[in-house]
Design a protein around this ligand. Structure first.
Ligand SMILES: O=P(O)(O)OC[C@H]1O[C@](O)(COP(=O)(O)O)[C@@H](O)[C@@H]1O
Ligand SMILES: [Mg+2]
Ligand SMILES: [Mg+2]
Length: 333
């Protein structure tokens, strides 16, 4: 009997896992809400094996999820904060990948952060379990620690929104049924400080958004960048738009920044379940498999129409894309 989440939509075999994730999520939500009174959660703790800075809360969250998932049926536990996959229950039927704390750069500034998770059936090895097409996920979700603490989760039959009822210590599904991402929106999300490093098709696409009502899209756009993937996802599934973290020319960013297994795959699954689309700029994320546990991929998601438009820019032959970039008139409808 689940105590920390309304269990009605959860397949019985996944109930213990969801219970553990929600228990830790509630603890983290309480801790985050304490701010500096809970200690310096943004303290720098060195770097993970991939060279990313680790904050105290990254490690606290990773330890807490790893520990809580014992005995829940998870065989393989793959975390952003650990180089290798850990084996938890040797006879477990599932593999779980997790970004224990997403948006770490926002810990100390009281901006929304989150936890992202993905569940696959366990196969014979950790690699076979996790380095497979993202379409094979059986569940994916995130918890967002913001003004509300929400859980958004899919088990492959729609995406559903839960709110943490703090008085009861329980995630409760909001009325309204499955989430449907709005189709029409004039918002895009990209870290524009990297403009000079982007590929030409991405620059051309954003140029056309920035040109607003006077440009080829003939409408004004708004821009948002929170620097927490969970927060961007939550906004986009709630009110539409498009998110882009493309590859760029900076060293280490040839495949963008975000990780396939525990960031892009679960968000792509959720977004598709909410009626959106998610690609690497051209190909659906759900048809792809990571080459290694911490592999990165360019990531674009949002309303299908907008994600499709970006693919059109990528489809242009390089010379044409370059000309397009040099002369905005070429792409006018
Ligand atoms: O600082 P940048 O380059 O804009 O990157 C922001 C991105 O990095 C991330 O914070 C990476 O996640 P972590 O905090 O889990 O490392 C994403 O949430 C966000 O979309
Ligand atoms: Mg992250
Ligand atoms: Mg993280």
């Amino acid at each position: 009997m689940a105590r920390t989440i309304d269990p009605r939509r959860i397949p019985a075999s996944l109930c213990p896992i969801m219970e553990a994730l929600c228990t830790v999520g509630i603890d983290l939500a309480d801790r985050i809400a304490m701010g500096g009174l809970a200690g310096d959660m943004a303290a720098s703790m060195g770097t993970n094996t991939d060279g990313d800075g680790q904050k105290a809360l990254d490690l606290i969250a990773d330890d807490a999820f790893h520990l809580a998932l014992r005995g829940t049926g998870i065989r393989y536990y793959a975390s952003e904060e650990q180089q290798d996959v850990a084996e938890i229950d040797t006879d477990g039927a599932f593999a779980l990948a997790i970004d224990p704390l997403d948006g770490s750069s926002n810990i100390d500034v009281n901006v929304s952060i989150g936890t992202i998770f993905s569940i696959f059936p366990a196969a014979a090895t950790a690699e076979e379990s996790l380095l497979r097409p993202a379409r094979d996920q059986i569940a994916a979700g995130y918890i967002i620690y913001g003004p509300q603490t929400n859980l958004v989760v899919t088990f492959g039959d729609g995406a559903f929104l839960y709110v943490l009822d703090r008085a009861k210590g329980r995630f409760v599904e909001t009325p309204g049924g499955p989430i449907r991402m709005p189709v029409a929106s004039q918002e895009f999300a990209i870290n524009a400080s990297n403009y000079r490093h982007w590929p030409d098709p991405v620059r051309a696409y954003i140029d056309d958004c920035l040109a607003g009502a006077e440009g080829p899209r003939a409408r004004d756009y708004n821009m948002r960048w929170v620097a927490s993937l969970v927060a961007e996802t939550h906004r986009i599934i709630t009110r539409g738009g498009i998110f882009l973290y493309p590859s760029d020319k900076r060293p280490g960013y040839q495949s963008g920044r975000l990780r396939m297994v525990y960031e892009c795959a679960p968000i792509a699954f959720l977004v598709e379940q909410a009626g959106g689309a998610a690609t690497d700029g051209m190909e659906p994320i759900l048809t792809q498999a990571a080459q290694s546990l911490h592999a990165r991929t360019p990531f674009v998601f949002g309303s299908p129409e907008k994600v499709g438009q970006l693919a059109v820019y990528h489809d242009l032959p390089p010379l044409e894309a370059a000309a397009l970039f040099a002369n905005r008139g070429l792409f006018r409808k």
